[in-house]
Design a protein around this ligand. Structure first.
Ligand code: F6R
Length: 621
């Protein structure tokens, strides 16, 4: 295996300098960032004797905590430290490849998120000049390069080294000679500063420090941070100080805790009614007109739009598919939806009459960020829909609609998807309002229905015991299919994605009308088929599709609206949801599928917060 195969792709990083035990702050921060990667973890603490103690362990953070418990307390007593939790793309993560990495003297410790493309050249050069590199990571080279450049000015050494790095990185660096300095550097990946009193923090995202401070500053592309107890200096690559935006994080600390739930995912599913309410709150003026100041477009520009293109990855892409139905129906604008990872490679036709909507919970997904950059280069207007204030996608877009879902820690997205749906409905209604395609009464009526959905979601949550029981019953199945029509189709894909990522079974979502063109061959006796069948003009056609799969032995699990009995004769299991307009039905149909996937995975003894091979935000292409 080549050394670069171990390159780091996605990780959580924490840096701290203050008055408290750095170990406690760093480990607590890593706990909150563990969703970003959990292949290995490590810390470097500058102890009171001026030595750097590095402890790192393969596996989840719990392994590191066990190793820390056995280490000498004196070595770990200090008020300056850095930490890392890692997600590697290839190869078995080992203690040796875990961060932090050090130089030949053990004077410099470095943690890194990203990939250095010129790593092999750098490594060869270092070895040629007599350095011994002990791991297979690209990061270790950085520690040795800093060693070479260091002449007492750590910030200058890091800037010089970064000038020679190709690829993407967030680096956080400490040196044993500096009791009051942690350096951060960023290119293409997220880095945020937490501003405290007599203490300051660096992290991949704000959840790492919101227990200590809610005041934050995002670091921009190619900027460097000098973090000290009494202040933070941010510079450009030349070392000139630069200004930046300080923002307040209003996320509740409790929202980033499990609060008695076995898994974050279960808590986040239960938080959905509140998340929906928050996202829809305050969107109407006293005359009942929708307000979407976030769009930051004049009415004239909205009226001049010729198309909308929605981009996102994974679940965010599924939210985008729902946007197509909503925007085309209400605002009569053509909408294309594209996986962000494919978007810019096909040279899409964009101009200043195009609105690109980029959906991303984290606001850091590399493919979505690149799609935003591409769209802006082509002069399209970009609206970000994101949950993360100050994220790269928010900062690089023309306008941002913040979903107000609060922190989502479980890797599988639940409440964030729901709030994205609310956001796309609101964007659809707003475009309809400004373009004059729907009259005020109709828009008010749709908004009233949307505003009522949190109560309906709460009602669905209250009915989920039979779904849990059913999930346990079918948990030994290795294949599950999901069928839907209209907006039920993207939800079928979302239901399948939840199940495959959590339970590692083969799950596919199809438009119900398509299955006879191939996928029906997958049906065997007893194959569970989840049918998303809220009341809709297309329900009779769905009935036919359900009969088709049932005739081939499928066990049909039908999600149907209260009072609609058309599916009853064809359903082996019936899951009822309250009535709502069919366009809004994804907000309700999603809930049983989330519960089904979580319970199915738990019945298999799996960790639903941290599924294998995954990480929460994917900051590489
Ligand atoms: C699935 C899931 C992923 C994300 C995708 C995009 O449960 O969470 O498919 O939706 O990685 O992430 P964001 O929304 O952060 O851009």
């Amino acid at each position: 295996m080549s050394a670069s195969a171990y390159a780091l792709r996605m990780c959580g990083i924490v840096g701290y300098v203050g008055e408290r035990s750095a170990l406690d702050v760093v480990v607590e921060g890593l706990k909150r960032l563990e969703y970003r990667g959990y292949d290995s973890a490590g810390v470097a603490i500058r102890d009171d004797a001026g030595e750097l103690t590095v402890i790192r362990k393969a596996g989840k953070l719990a392994n590191l905590q066990a190793a820390l418990a056995e280490a000498s307390e004196a070595d770990l007593t200090g008020t300056l430290g850095i930490g890392h939790t890692r997600w590697a793309t290839h190869g078995a993560p080992t203690d040796r490849n875990a961060h932090p990495h050090t130089d030949c003297q053990g004077a410099v410790a470095v943690v890194h998120n990203g990939t250095l493309e010129n790593f092999e050249v750098l490594r060869d050069g270092l070895e040629h000049r007599g350095h011994t590199l002990l791991s297979e990571t690209d990061t270790e080279a950085v520690a040795h390069l800093i060693e070479e450049q260091y002449d007492g000015d750590l910030a200058a050494a890091v800037r010089t080294v970064c000038a020679g790095l190709e690829g993407s990185y967030v680096l956080v660096v400490t040196h044993r000679d500096h009791p009051d300095l942690v350096i951060g550097a960023r290119r293409n990946l997220p880095l945020v500063v937490g501003l405290g009193e007599g203490e300051n923090f660096l992290a991949s995202d704000v959840t790492a420090f919101i227990a200590h401070t809610r005041t934050a500053r995002a670091i921009d592309q190619d900027q460097f941070v000098e973090l000290r107890r009494e202040g933070v200096r941010v510079t450009d690559a030349q070392g000139t100080e630069v200004d930046g935006e300080v923002f307040h994080v209003d996320w509740d600390t409790a929202a980033a805790e499990k609060a008695g739930y076995e898994y974050f995912m279960l808590k986040e599913i239960d938080e959905q009614p509140e998340a929906l309410r928050e996202t829809a709150l305050g969107r109407v003026d006293v005359h009942g007109r929708l307000m979407l100041d976030e769009l930051a477009m004049s009415d004239e520009d909205v009226q001049g739009l010729s198309q909308v293109i929605v981009v996102g990855c994974g679940s965010a892409y599924h939210s985008g598919l729902v946007a197509k139905y909503a925007i085309e129906r209400w605002a009569r604008l053509p909408v294309q939806v594209e996986m962000a990872s494919e978007f810019r490679y096909r040279d899409p036709v964009l101009d200043r009459h195009t609105l690109v909507v980029a959906i991303s919970q984290s606001g850091e997904t590399a493919d979505t960020l690149e799609a935003v950059r591409h769209a802006r280069r082509q002069r399209a207007s970009v609206l970000a829909i994101t949950n993360t204030v100050g994220s790269s996608i928010a900062r690089e877009s023309d306008a941002t609609f913040y979903t107000r879902g609060g922190p989502e820690v479980a890797v599988a997205s639940t409440k964030a998807v729901m709030t994205q749906l609310v956001a796309v409905y609101l964007v659809g209604l707003y475009l309809a309002q400004v373009r004059g395609y729907r009259d005020g009464d109709e828009i008010r009526s749709h908004f009233a229905d949307l505003a009522h959905t949190p109560d309906l979601v709460a009602a669905v949550l209250g009915r989920m015991d039979p779904v849990r029981k059913l999930a346990r019953e079918i948990a030994s199945c290795e294949r599950v299919l999901f069928l839907g029509r209209h907006v039920g189709y993207p939800m079928a894909m979302e239901g399948a994605l939840k199940l495959k990522e959590l339970a590692y079974v083969s799950a596919e979502g199809f438009p119900a009308g398509e299955i006879k063109h191939g996928p029906i061959a997958l049906i065997e006796k007893g194959t569970p088929v989840v049918v998303i069948a809220p009341r809709h003009a297309l329900t009779p056609k769905l009935v036919t599709n359900v009969q088709e799969v049932r005739a081939r032995g499928a066990r049909t699990i039908v999600i149907a609206t209260d009072g609609d009995d058309s599916m009853v004769p064809h359903a082996d299991e019936l899951i009822r949801i309250p009535d709502t307009k069919s366009l809004l039905s994804p907000l309700l149909t999603l809930v049983p599928m989330q519960i089904l996937a979580a319970e199915f995975a738990m019945a298999r003894g799996l960790d639903v917060d941290q599924p294998r091979n995954l990480a929460k935000s994917v900051t590489v292409e």
